[in-house]
Design a binder for this molecule. Structure first.
Ligand code: F0G
Length: 358
């Protein structure tokens, strides 16, 4: 049996690891790529789901964070800093804890999911809530890193993109080639950029015969790449991608053009319906931002853009347990109330609609 050693060691030759002693890893990467028969049936495509919630802190951020923290330690950094809608802060705090250095994390006040806030706190992150949105947090983090001895680990740090591109390597390894389409949520567009780069490298190496068309999705209320302009007050239930001014805007447009890609917007109700569908029919529980990949596929299939039999990969970026409140919300906004009965077998059988076996 092969024991997975984290992306820096698994892909040492391709990520340029020079000194194995400074590798900071929690065993990230090597996540499942799962067939999704129900989505295949609904769309006529062959659909696979790359479940990035299975990383150590529950999101794809860990792939980039192992590289960013390893490099920071190599350069003698004692503190890292990031702005975050939640997942980056959870990952930075965990990897910094493992490395024995400090992580300062700036988050928009009251706007990140409880699970993510809990992670940053328990990993000893220096958590500061900013009275502002994510874009304000990123501006402050960048200015601090320019003028103070703190190392920036947002995806504007190229080490992050380098680590995250390994997910595309894994897809190609499992499928034996790149898919025809790749669907992915977009906030800062760092991950969109990373997958595009990973796939391009695989094609250049001759391991893949094609690069997939990269289809990125933003929430309707925070879709600057779709609108072509900065969104001042982004709003969506998908708090992870509530971003009005993506840091990797230019790189993302380049990647879109190079792959015949596309950016689309999906409203909150469709995001939440897709989250329920993926959990209920495929068995994968993701946070709302991640479900936008599923909603995006259904949208494009309905629009007739996906030829029958196309091979499609969806990245779902973060685990549902990070932000569980949406699972207990009905489509009409009311709260799910589980049935309560007395402690008798007959009453439970009756509620379940069971008849005694013959
Ligand atoms: N999905 C999830 C669950 C995320 O947390 C993020 C970004 C994205 C998708 C979008 O990725 O920014 O590379 O386009 N979260 C960042 C954070 C902003 O701070 O955790 P992107």
């Amino acid at each position: 049996a092969h024991v997975w050693r984290g992306v820096l060691r698994e892909y040492a030759d391709r990520l340029g690891v020079t000194d194995a002693s400074t590798v900071v890893t929690l065993g990230e990467g090597g996540t499942p790529l799962l067939p999704a028969p129900s989505l295949s049936r609904r769309t006529g495509a062959e659909v696979w789901v790359k479940f990035e919630g299975m990383n150590p802190t529950g999101s794809f951020k860990d792939r980039g964070m192992t590289v960013a923290l390893s490099r920071a330690v190599e350069h003698g950094a004692k503190a890292v800093i990031c702005a975050s809608t939640g997942n980056t802060s959870a990952s930075a705090a965990a990897y910094a804890a493992h490395a024995g250095i400090t992580a300062a994390v700036l988050v928009p006040e009251g706007k990140i999911a409880m699970g993510k806030l809990s992670q940053a706190v328990i990993h000893n992150g220096q958590l500061i809530q900013i009275r502002g949105n994510f874009d304000d947090c990123l501006e402050i983090a960048r200015e601090l890193a320019d003028s103070y001895p703190v190392h920036l680990v947002n995806s504007v740090n190229p080490d992050r993109i380098e680590g995250q591109k390994t997910a595309a390597y894994e897809v190609v390894e499992v499928l034996g080639d790149a898919p025809d389409f790749h669907f992915i949520p977009v906030g800062n567009a760092g991950n969109y950029t990373a997958y595009s780069r990973g796939y391009r490298e695989e094609a250049e190496r001759g391991v893949a015969t094609r690069v997939p068309r990269m289809f990125g999705f933003q929430a309707e209320g925070s879709a600057p790449l779709v609108r072509g302009e900065i969104v001042k007050n982004p709003e969506t239930v998908a708090s992870a991608i509530r971003i009005g001014n993506p840091a990797s805007w230019e790189l993302a447009l380049e990647a879109r053009d190079a792959t015949d890609g596309w950016f689309g917007a999906i409203d909150d109700e469709r995001i939440l319906a897709a989250q329920k569908l993926l959990a209920g029919e495929v068995g994968i529980f993701v946070e709302p931002a991640s479900a936008i990949s599923v909603a995006g596929l259904l949208d494009r299939a309905e629009a007739g853009i996906i030829p029958a039999g196309s091979r499609v990969v969806l990245t779902v970026t973060g685990h549902g347990l990070k932000d569980p409140q949406w699972a207990l919300r009905n489509a009409d906004g009311s709260t799910v109330e589980p049935t309560v009965v007395d402690a008798t077998t007959s009453e439970v059988a009756s509620v379940l609609g069971l008849q005694p076996s013959a």
